[in-house]
Design a protein around this ligand. Structure first.
Ligand SMILES: NC(=O)c1ccc[n+]([C@@H]2O[C@H](COP(=O)([O-])OP(=O)(O)OC[C@H]3O[C@@H](n4cnc5c(N)ncnc54)[C@H](OP(=O)(O)O)[C@@H]3O)[C@@H](O)[C@H]2O)c1
Length: 379
């Protein structure tokens, strides 16, 4: 049976690698839709090659999409509308908070979601997991895919915790004085993964791991204190399950996102995506504690996750604004954590986060607060 597949964010790092998987197994997929933010030219080329039924462009000029056979959805909310088209799997590879509406749209329509957009679970974890109850989310984040595979077939009461590995990013071994000087081009040089710009900066600050702790808490129903983060420079062990009897099941693979993407698309089967096998001859795997005193985004995220409610929404929004400001040269690398911390310190009581309206309100408030701080207005 061919799987009806929608790829949201098809022009990004996750989306392109998903299309690589599709092109290896054209008989296994029927493409329902592809979507992009504003790169209409790249979307048009993909649509001409993969002939989906629909294409969606969130913003920008639709000119390059003219003359294609696919039906065009355009304008704000178009990815969310496409997410609701009947599909066996919707891969959400949109970056940032912008991906939440699509996760919600896909789940409300009864579609299964292969989820790369971790920000959906950070901003709206409880709500999204409620919506996902009958049409599971298959995680695509490599660590969560690994943990998902380690936990398969286990009973919740056997599980003592989960292990999340972090590469540590490009600055892990640097003295603080050197990190202070780091510019965008240094932070964009990730040691083991090639990814989009936002997640690459999140990896350098360790915010990526913080977002992933919150993501893991919601996906696997584990308490924050039972999520163990370790720095593993080789990025070969992606995650693990810690059991009550003291044993640990780890998942290993060379860093290649096509593996968790294919797993999310073809689950429960596995297919060869051309990934290199894990070597065992004379290799060393190391595990170290994160440097939370220098990379403060990780503890800030865990704290916001524990506090719940509006805090993780505000954390995520402030981070997106601070990362943009760093990439634009408006703030220094270590100020990303300062901006986020200052916003978290002034979060008012916003009540329950069980609707898009409530979440969007907090997101907007936190963006304004973070922007003022990143622009130096409140310093
Ligand atoms: N890359 C990885 O290896 C990796 C690994 C694990 C998890 N993830 C997660 O996967 C998600 C995507 O990451 P990425 O690295 O693939 O990002 P990316 O390369 O920046 O791609 C982002 C995609 O989202 C689209 N997009 C941007 N803003 C949008 C908006 N407002 N509305 C609709 N679509 C929009 C972009 O379209 P345009 O091309 O038109 O801008 C692009 O197709 C993130 O949540 C990230 O944390 C990524």
């Amino acid at each position: 049976m061919r799987r009806r597949l929608t790829i949201l964010g098809s022009t990004g790092s996750i989306g392109r690698q998903a299309l690589d998987v599709v092109s290896r197994y054209p008989d296994r997929f029927e493409l329902v839709g592809l979507s992009a933010g504003n790169d209409a030219r790249a979307l048009a080329l993909q649509a001409a090659e993969f002939t989906p039924e629909y294409i969606a462009l969130e913003s920008g000029d639709t000119g390059p999409l003219e003359g294609l056979t696919a039906e065009v959805l355009a304008g704000p909310g178009s990815a969310g509308r496409l997410a609701g088209a009947p599909s066996d799997v919707v891969l959400n590879g949109i970056v940032g908070f912008a991906g939440l509406a699509a996760t919600v749209g896909a789940l409300q329509a009864g579609n299964r979601v292969a989820l790369a957009n971790k920000e959906s679970l950070v901003a709206a974890g409880e709500w999204v997991m409620d919506l996902a109850a009958n049409n599971r989310i298959i995680p695509v984040d490599s660590e969560h895919s690994a943990i998902f595979q380690c936990l398969e077939g286990r009973r919740q009461e056997e599980i003592a915790g989960i292990l999340l590995t972090a590469s540590g990013g490009p600055f892990y071994a640097f003295e603080k004085a050197r990190i202070v000087e780091a510019g965008p081009e240094d932070a964009l040089r990730h040691p083991t993964w090639r990814m989009g710009r936002k997640i690459t900066i999140d990896s350098a600050t360790m915010m990526n791991k913080g977002l992933e702790v919150i993501e893991a808490h919601h996906l696997f129903g584990v308490r924050f204190e039972d999520v163990r983060v370790v720095v593993h420079r080789q990025s070969v062990v992606h995650g693990g399950a810690l059991f009550e009897d003291g044993s640990v099941v780890l998942h290993a693979a060379l860093p290649d996102m096509r593996l968790p993407i294919a797993f999310g698309l073809i689950y429960p089967e596995r297919v060869d995506v051309g990934a290199e096998p894990v070597p065992f001859d004379g290799v060393t795997w190391s595990f170290e504690e994160p440097r939370n005193d220098v990379f403060r985004c990780l503890p800030l995220a865990v704290e916001a996750g524990r506090a719940g409610g509006a805090y993780p929404v505000a954390l995520n929004a402030a981070n997106e604004v601070a990362v943009e400001a760093f990439l634009d040269g408006r703030i220094r690398f270590l100020h990303i954590a300062d901006v986020i911390e200052e916003v978290l310190e002034v979060v008012p009581d916003f009540g329950m986060m069980q609707s898009m309206e409530a979440i969007v309100t907090v997101d907007g408030w936190a963006r304004d607060e973070a922007r003022r701080r990143a622009n130096g207005d409140s310093r």
